[in-house]
Design a protein around this ligand. Structure first.
Ligand SMILES: Cc1cc2nc3c(=O)[nH]c(=O)nc-3n(C[C@H](O)[C@H](O)[C@H](O)COP(=O)(O)O)c2cc1C
Length: 359
């Protein structure tokens, strides 16, 4: 064990299985546990955040990006984005490139209670790149520096950035990461893919490791952590201070719970098809409640969630296609009950230790 090991990592120490848990010093990240639900446009709305956070401890949950462009954004709109869950810290992500507007937006969401204001430096879509926001900023260090410094002056609390490894090359990853640190941000998340990769290929964790080795601020590693044990591998390989999970947490909503159980040296929960069916019903209720309008059906968002959940199932692609065709919420939930309830835990790829070949 490292001589400078923190009290927290000693508590987590459990050399009982495979990886040596004692090596993690997770006290550097401002939230406990050192895990984050990723920002995902159209997906990590308040309802989904609520349901996922209820299954297991997660240190921080993120909103999808809030677009800050084209003129002053209404304060009321910005404040509405700060939908907090009791006891679960919230990061509100903003995306734009006008330093004054972004600083003002950051200040408003911080004042409205966001525990973290996060800057999107990774959105790969053509629309974002055309507007010069998201990943486009990775190619403009002067503007990026000005944006970071202006936001830092305006946001009194925690300010972070979420960075892709580069636009079409990874050669500027370290320069951009240093800029984030030099401008005084509190932590940095790395999604180690380039913009040109979109979500293809495999996240290159060596870039997380490289940046962690060079920077002093906490580094959050993100990308392709498809099971709880893979999160332990990411901690071990990169020495990152926290892990961020996006698609894997939609595919396996219990992954944060499994991670905390692995860290504590306990046998991790193994969900069965009944758990997945109950999860879908909970999501449907939460989506309807958060919509605030009883006539608003959660069918569309639920189908989006199904596209991730079915990835853990045998014949998942066929099952997903069949469920996607159903025209009403009732039919969808009934058919999902029939299909999922029949599946045992062993038939599902939702174990804490298996690293599925998925993407
Ligand atoms: C549907 C979808 C929407 C996303 N929206 C955002 C977003 O709003 N902001 C952001 O920084 N990243 C966004 N991302 C990227 C994720 O936060 C994350 O970096 C990426 O999915 C890799 O992590 P994962 O392998 O854990 O999913 C999105 C990804 C997906 C799949």
């Amino acid at each position: 064990m490292n001589a400078s090991v923190s009290p927290q990592s000693r508590i987590l120490a459990s050399p009982r299985r495979g990886l040596s848990y004692a090596c993690f010093d997770l006290a550097h990240f401002p939230f406990t546990p050192a895990s984050v639900l990723a920002p995902m446009e159209g997906v990590t709305n308040a309802a989904v955040r609520e349901v996922l956070a209820s299954y297991g401890p997660v240190g921080l949950v993120s909103t999808e990006f809030v677009r800050i462009s084209g003129g002053r954004i209404s304060r009321a709109y910005l404040k509405r984005q700060v939908e907090k869950l009791p006891g679960v810290p919230l990061s509100v992500q903003v995306m734009g490139n006008d330093p004054e507007l972004m600083a003002e937006a950051g200040a408003v969401v911080a004042e409205a209670g966001a525990d973290v204001v996060d800057l999107n430096l990774g959105c790969p879509t053509n629309a974002a790149v055309r507007k010069g926001v998201g990943a486009a900023l990775l190619k403009q260090p002067e503007l990026l520096g000005c944006l970071l410094a202006t936001m830092r002056r305006a946001v009194p609390g925690l300010l972070s950035a979420k960075l892709r490894a580069g636009f079409d090359s990874t050669s500027d990853a370290l320069r951009n990461a240093r800029l984030v640190q030099d401008c005084g941000l509190d932590f940095l998340t790395i999604h180690p893919r380039r913009r040109v990769d979109h979500y293809r290929g495999t996240a290159d964790w060596r870039i997380v490791q490289l940046i962690k080795d060079e920077l002093a601020i906490p580094i959050v590693g993100n990308g392709d952590v498809w099971c709880a044990e893979a999160a332990l591998r990411m901690f071990e390989q990169t020495r990152c201070d926290a892990v961020m999970l996006g698609r894997p947490a939609l595919r396996n909503p219990w992954i944060f719970r499994q991670l905390s159980e692995l860290l504590a040296g306990r046998d991790p929960f193994r969900p069965s098809g009944r758990d997945v069916a109950a999860h879908l019903r909970r999501l449907a209720r939460a989506l309807a409640e958060h919509a605030g309008d009883p006539s608003h059906s959660p069918l569309g968002p639920l189908k989006e969630q199904l596209s991730y959940l079915c990835r853990s199932m045998p014949e998942g692609a066929t099952l997903q296609r069949n469920l996607q065709r159903l025209p009403s919420l009732e039919l969808l939930l009934e058919a999902a009950d029939v299909a999922f309830n029949a599946l045992s835990a062993e038939q599902l790829d939702l174990g804490a230790r298996r690293a599925p070949a998925l993407n």
